[in-house]
Ligand binder design. Structure first.
Ligand code: SF4
Length: 523
């Protein structure tokens, strides 16, 4: 329904006379609006831009923190071997501070490919800020990553020293753990000796037949790349043959004398998610105070058994002292480890295996009923004998010493058991000898460890192990993306791991110190 005003307006419009008065032509109706006028995008143009490099990234960008921290470190070991020197002709070398900062920043962003870093240096503001807009060749990056083993190790130690000086490392409690990282090799690259010899001869033949790259019809770059690839394959196969020679001397070798042609130093290991794959066992020690990695090593052994001493050696070497306490899972906990840690003065918290359940299942398999298992036999210390459930005496027979434990063996006479009504429930498999039992006498330190691990305090400490020890493992795999190595061979994957752990520690420093200083304006 129209309002009164609208009706009046409508009436005026309908009866309005032409503007010039009666008899004059009516004015033209208003024009329709034109098409929208938009800015034209021209992607064919060439343009110069003014870039203020300092403004490429924010004041609190982590690239600045990395550059700043790396600049504080002694990089002299990286400068050794640089051919370009002042006063002589030639192209200047890339500054190790830049290459280290690039690698650490890229690892922190989950980039571990030299080619990808070189590409990012062309357009990514953080990489451009680090390089000062200079291009960086991926060969330089790639060579630098693996070319300075000792210097990199020293750098890791120096960063640890700096973190320790800033109060981020206490060594009061260290959690140690191992994690499997897949090798850069497929499971189908494992071959036996015979096959490797054939492939090695073929590779040598190929290298011999490859001519001088200077005379190749292909571009020299392609010819050189092919020759390098063939030479590297020959080297890998030679390494595989050498690995087989090393492994032949062990019992494991006789069962499993196969190595990977692609990465001869990798070993088949069970993976956390199930299944088996060529891998390395990365051993990481983490300080519980702030989660800083205080030691890192690589093992070709699938199990963690026996890895703890080496881990302690690494911490002592890097920080000049041992941790007050070390916490590990059952994979590391053995009588030997308990004794070793005791000798070194390190308080040891671990999960020692309970063998009761395993022993019970073994007895069940052998048809020994519950009423005739060792706990049903009474020991008499005064006579050093046992009495069986049928009242017969088992006399001391022999002993066997092992690390941290001595086993004493006692046996009933063949006649007693042969005439016993319980024989089928107790030792039906024994035809020529009587039933035996074993009394284990553990070293005092091992017994004391068992008592300690039964306390609430020790159990509470042990519960902290998982979150602390597994955090760096998870961070390295998810944030850095190191689920599989890019490099091959123990020496190179050790360096790849060192870069990842160095990056992890520097990230912790940024989180715990640099960001706080940036916020307070004192950084
Ligand atoms: S079989 Fe031998 S050890 Fe077992 S209950 Fe009989 S006598 Fe004792």
């Amino acid at each position: 329904m129209r309002s009164e005003g609208e009706s009046r307006q409508q009436s005026i419009w309908e009866h309005r006379e032409p503007e010039g008065g009666p008899g004059k032509p009516a004015p033209a109706p208003p024009e329709a609006p034109g098409e929208p006028r938009l800015q034209v995008l021209n992607r064919q143009q060439m343009a110069w831009r003014v870039v203020d490099v300092e403004q490429l990234i924010a004041e609190d960008h982590p690239a600045r923190a990395i550059w700043q921290l790396v600049g504080k470190l002694d990089l002299s070991a990286f400068y050794k071997g640089i051919g370009a020197v002042e006063g002589e002709a030639g192209r200047p070398a890339l500054d190790p501070q830049l290459l280290i900062s690039l690698w650490i920043y890229s690892y922190s962003e989950g980039v571990s490919s030299a080619r990808e870093i070189a590409r990012l240096c062309e357009f990514d503001p953080a990489y451009q800020w680090l390089t000062g807009l200079q291009p960086v060749n991926y060969h330089s990056l790639s060579d630098f990553r693996v070319g300075h083993r000792e210097a990199l190790d020293k750098l890791f130690t120096e960063v640890l020293g700096l973190l320790s000086a800033e109060g981020l490392v206490s060594l009061q409690r260290v959690m140690h753990d191992g994690t499997k990282i897949k090798a850069c090799a497929g499971g189908d690259t494992f071959r036996r000796e015979e096959k490797i010899r054939v492939h090695l001869e073929m590779a040598r033949q190929q290298v011999r037949e490859m001519g001088d790259p200077q005379n190749e019809e292909l571009s020299q770059r392609v010819a050189k790349a092919r020759q390098r690839a063939a030479r590297e394959r020959q080297e890998r196969l030679e390494q595989a043959e050498k690995e087989l020679r090393t492994r032949r001397s062990t019992a494991e070798a006789q069962r499993e004398a196969r190595v990977s042609e692609t990465d001869p130093e990798a070993r088949i290991m069970k993976q956390a998610g199930g299944g088996y794959a060529p891998a390395y066992n990365v051993q990481i020690s983490t300080d519980a105070a702030q989660g800083i990695i205080v030691g890192v090593g690589l093992s070709q052994s699938a199990g963690d058994w026996g890895q703890l001493n080496a881990a302690m050696d690494r911490i002592q070497e890097k920080l000049g002292r041992l941790p007050e306490q070390v916490v590990v899972d059952g994979g590391f906990t053995s009588r030997e480890a308990i004794l070793d840690m005791g000798r070194r003065g390190v308080d040891f918290i671990g999960a020692i295996a309970d063998t009761t359940a395993r022993a019970a299942s073994q007895f069940a398999r052998r048809g020994v009923e519950a009423a005739f298992r060792p706990e049903a036999f009474a020991y008499h210390p005064e006579s050093d004998t046992y009495t069986c459930p049928a009242g017969k005496v088992l006399h001391y027979e022999r002993k066997h010493r092992d690390i941290g434990v001595t086993d004493y063996y006692y046996r009933a006479s063949a006649a007693d058991c042969g005439n016993c009504e319980f024989r089928k429930n107790c030792c039906h498999a024994n035809t020529n000898a009587g039933r035996s039992v074993v009394r284990a006498e553990e070293a005092l330190a091992v017994a004391a460890f068992r008592v300690k691990m039964a306390t609430d305090e020790a159990k509470q400490i042990y519960r902290q192990r998982g979150p602390v020890a597994e955090f760096p493992n998870a961070w390295i795999k998810t944030k850095i993306g190191l689920r599989q190595f890019r490099l091959r061979g123990l020496a190179k994957v050790t360096m790849e791991t060192l870069w990842a752990c160095l990056t992890y520690n520097i990230q912790q420093w940024i989180r715990l110190r640099w960001r706080a200083l940036s916020v307070s304006g004192t950084g």
